[in-house]
Design a binder for this molecule. Sequence first.
Ligand code: ADP
Length: 323
Amino acid sequence: MLLFDKVSKKYNQDITALEDVHFAIDKGEFSFLVGPSGAGKTTLLRLLIREELPTSGSIFFEDIEVPKLPRKLLPTYRQRLGIVFQDIKLLPSKTLEENIQFALEILGKEDKEIKETSEYLLELVKLQDRRNLFPQQLSGGEQQRGAIARALANNPDLFVADEPTGNLDPDNAIQILDILKNINKTGTTVLVISHDRDIVNQMKTRVIRMVQGKIVSDSKGDYDSVGKPKIPDIKPTVKKEENKDEKEKEVKKKNEKKKDIKVEDSLKELNKDVLEKLLEAKINNIDLVLNLTERDLENLKLSSKEKDILEKFVKEYLNKVEK
Ligand code: ADP
């Protein structure tokens, strides 16, 4: 399902975050990615979601060569992934249920499906009775479970969680692990970045260990078990040019869908070109705009003038809200 094919990533001449990283993950696997801080785990995740490009080597997700994917197809690709980042949590101005439903609305789901799926997801993470609470009213463990539920809204093929049990007590950590196991049981491939020895040891599953940008061990068992990294015996299969028509059709469909995305009133005053670029990335409300990182802005490919326009718009919005 996923192949990192001799991937290296240099942020600059002196910083090599990944060096010749070569591994594959099969469909349905449950694996842990472990390693000390600075080992390159987050970088690997950024390359997977195409927030960064490799300096050399490539990444294949089934038949998609990720670094070469046309920008327009990025949202469709990312919808196949469910990612829970370490720092990005639920939208603060929405209740837990609204957070989950919002993820489904963005996907253009019908009301009935939105209701049914959010019900299912709330049940999966055992938070039915917390549905009307805002993120700041939830405990750390509940917020984490909520974030997992939201990341599952698009029924991803691959689910990745970055330190999902970080800062949680053992009971809460076990609850999270149970949820991840259940997700995996339903057929979703799961990759968990973790420092949590106890959690890794409970699972007795594949542990990929990175140190200083390299995979130094790949084995099944405990956190500390050691095994020679496996060299995947697979050749990437990429969709060839004959699929170009299909890609174009997909882009067209996406663009048509874009017209269906409802723009929140608060964004209606925004410059049309900027709004167009935001909608392309399915950013259709002020909460999402306020959550944009520098990196997101780069990915949106806004001109410097457009960036200024957006910055001014946000400032004016925040001023208005303060008043
Ligand atoms: P981990 O997630 O395992 O802690 P990271 O992928 O965050 O590791 O970092 C790997 C290395 O790359 C570190 O030395 C870090 O300082 C460096 N690094 C990460 N992001 C950047 C960046 N945007 N620019 C320059 N160096 C970076």
